[in-house]
Design a protein around this ligand. Structure first.
Ligand code: BES
Ligand code: MN
Ligand code: ZN
Length: 490
């Protein structure tokens, strides 16, 4: 975790363990990015290093140089950021990734300073966000509960807006870290009851009110989707709500998260390899929870309620069967066809509940389909109703640096969800699997309500090596878009 401060101190004289300087790619050549303010000998030395080591300035290139003349910090880290002359959102993301990669590599250094490059775009916020996101160490079971904090100084202007942006970056960074930590928890330790207990712990002393429905309440409340998915596990399901209600809010938003603490597939069991990352099947719920806490911490004048459908999908003698027909919240009946399509069942109940309170807009976030991973890999898909609203979500995601691409909900796929045995079949055929899942969810959102569905199966969990500001494991994807969306109503 990073503790961020801003300072206009000259970079060369600053006492720090490491000084991060951005290297841009300008007309195909690596150069020190404008605004470093380093003295002549330091500039000459670093320019020689760039030439002699044939640095490219490409994103992800991190080069450490020791004992740079005239620089007090014992090491200078050159962080490649690529082209910084493109559109503003692209430039900001290049800076976030470059700073994130550099700070991540400096995990063991306590005092880090990063120079904000100057140019057409104000990059102070991007530097702060990159540092906040890159400074993350996954917690290990049994290890010290409080990972060491890194102090990161953002060297540049210290005017009011910059100081505010740096403060905001700190809140966003800890919200994303909270979501990552939840996702990284092993599934024997994070199950529905313990998930809710950890939410209660986090909610203490905040303006967020937690409520949780237990199995009995879910049954009497008619939440057949959640009850059905959870019935195969000894760990009973929950529906948790997290409400932040400031006085005189400008809008009221509902966020819905898929919280499957482990997805074995149920009776339609997954192959071993497919189960390996399925502790992360609650990443949507983690993102929603983190966003609500973050929005409350920022004190935004927008009311938000998070609805978390939490269950463990397990096979057993009490597990749900293909062919079962369950009644969802609101009364629609669904015929189960494949118990591995459990996410849409918990989400359907949560969407129906969220809609009862008539929010301005509903966004659900879910690791919903393998089809999303095949189609878009680490780019999330957004579907929904209200073209303007979907575009709003895409634009905000782009501005905060989360890759989200729009996908349609074609009406010609709706018949795939018809069955003689219930109001709805719970899945369609193989073609357009991501889209039929979205269409299914839409059945639980009233026509006319702005609604977006984010399928984050790919980007929520990084099984490969860390890169940029993205660690291995849980990524916290979605948190920044949800917070950005709330900010857009302020
Ligand atoms: N949790 C999975 C989706 C998933 C797959 C997330 C890979 C992350 C990585 C979901 O519950 C699932 O199993 N979906 C099935 C649905 C199918 C049975 C209709 C799928 O996509 O295969
Ligand atoms: Mn599944
Ligand atoms: Zn799942």
């Amino acid at each position: 975790m990073a503790h961020l401060t801003s300072s206009s101190h000259p970079a060369a004289g600053l006492e720090a363990d490491a000084l991060v300087v951005i290297v841009a790619k300008d007309c195909g050549r690596a150069v020190l990015a404008d605004g470093h303010g380093l003295p002549p000998q330091a500039t000459t030395h670093l320019t020689t290093v760039i030439a002699e080591l044939e640095l490219t300035g490409d994103p992800g290139e991190v080069t450490t140089v020791a004992a740079v003349p005239e620089v007090r910090a014992p090491r200078v880290v050159l962080a490649g950021a690529g082209d910084l002359t493109g559109p503003d959102p692209a430039t900001r993301e290049h800076i976030r990734q470059a700073v994130g990669a550099a700070v991540r590599g400096l995990e063991s250094r306590r005092q880090v300073a990063v120079v904000v490059p100057t140019g057409a775009t104000d990059l102070g916020a991007a530097v702060a966000e990159g540092a906040a996101l890159g400074s993350y160490t996954p917690a290990k079971v049994g290890a010290d509960k409080s990972p060491r904090t890194q102090n990161v100084t953002v060297l540049g202007p210290t005017d009011g807006p910059t100081r505010k942006a740096v403060k905001r970056a700190g809140v966003i960074g800890s919200a994303v870290a909270y979501a990552r930590d939840l996702v990284n928890q092993p599934p024997n330790l994070l199950y529905p009851e313990s998930f809710v207990a950890s939410l209660a712990e986090r909610a203490k002393g905040t303006k967020v009110k937690l409520k949780s429905l237990d199995l009995g309440q879910l049954r009497t409340g008619g939440f057949g989707g959640i009850v059905g998915v959870g019935q195969g596990s000894v760990n009973e399901p929950r529906l948790a709500t997290l409400a932040y209600s400031p006085s005189r809010p400008r809008a009221s938003l509902a966020f819905v998260g898929k919280g499957i603490t482990f997805d074995s597939g149920g009776l339609c069991i997954k192959p071993a390899d497919g189960m390996l990352t399925m502790k992360s099947d609650m990443a949507g719920a983690a993102a929603v929870a983190a966003a609500v806490f973050g929005i409350a911490e920022l004190g935004l004048p927008v009311a938000v309620t998070g609805y978390l459908g939490i269950a463990e999908n397990m096979p057993s003698g009490t597990a749900q069967r293909p062919g079962d027909v369950v009644t969802m919240r609101g009364g629609k009946t669904v015929e189960i066809l494949n118990t591995d399509a459990e996410g849409r069942m918990v989400l359907g109940d949560c969407l129906a509940l969220a809609a009862e309170r008539e929010p301005r807009a509903i966004v659900d976030v879910a690791t919903l389909t393998g089809a999303q991973v095949i189609a878009l890999a680490d780019t999330a898909a957004v579907m929904g109703r209200g073209d303007e609203f979907r575009t709003r979500v895409v634009d905000i995601a782009g501005a905060v640096g989360e890759a989200v691409w729009p996908m349609p909900l074609p009406s010609e796929l709706r018949p795939a969800l018809e069955t003689p045995n219930a109001d709805l079949a719970h899945k369609g055929g193989r073609e357009g699997g991501m889209l039929t899942a979205g269409i299914f969810l839409g059945e639980f959102v009233p026509e006319g309500t702005d609604w977006a569905h984010l399928d984050i199966a790919g980007p929520s969990f990084n099984s490969k090596a860390a890169h940029g500001y993205t660690p291995k494991g849980g990524t916290g994807f979605g948190v920044r878009t949800l917070v950005g969306l709330a900010e857009s109503y302020c």
